[in-house]
Design a protein around this ligand. Sequence first.
Ligand code: SAM
Length: 189
Amino acid sequence: MATGSSGSKRSRRRRRPAVTVLRIGHRAGRDPRLSTHLALAARAFGAERMLLHPPDPDLARRIAAVVDGWGGAFEVAPAPEWRRVVRDFDGPSVHLTMYGLPLSRVRARLARAPRLLVIAGGAKVPADLYRLATYNVAVGSQPHSEVAATAVLLADLLGIPPPGPWPGARRAIVPTARGKRVDGGRGTP
Ligand code: SAM
């Protein structure tokens, strides 16, 4: 399936950071939907991969099946030692927390980085993360969710991807005012 994007257009665009999302505090078997939704949102809004602590091969397989159908190169990889991931990452790390600095204060610095590690917590966040991360960043200073915070940050930094098939996709949505249309899949009227 053709990707429909032109190389010349892409080269005129501003370079954007390559984003890895690190999800800590995953509770395999307890709330698989939340981490699954985080992975889906991270993929849909332009992250390259999600590292998962503790690892969950079932979740990684489910996301691989989504990538197989809808394209792109996103993957979920295990992060048995999340602190080492933060320390060794080749770029700034951004811990999403409602207690952090407003996104508007750090956006320009984040946008200039070639690579970003975005860290999303779970029900309880280890205290040392606030010190380990390069930035503690709030997406609004009210409590909400790791999925919302990650999606808004990515949309803000990378933009919302336009419709159209992704590389390697077996199917793609054809936007329509009503009903469901899928190119290469079984849409319903
Ligand atoms: N009570 C937890 C704590 O110790 O911070 C937060 C729990 S919250 C349900 C789960 C995750 O959502 C947080 O770790 C954070 O990554 C994200 N989050 C929630 N509200 C946020 C906000 N306003 N800005 C950025 N991230 C937020």
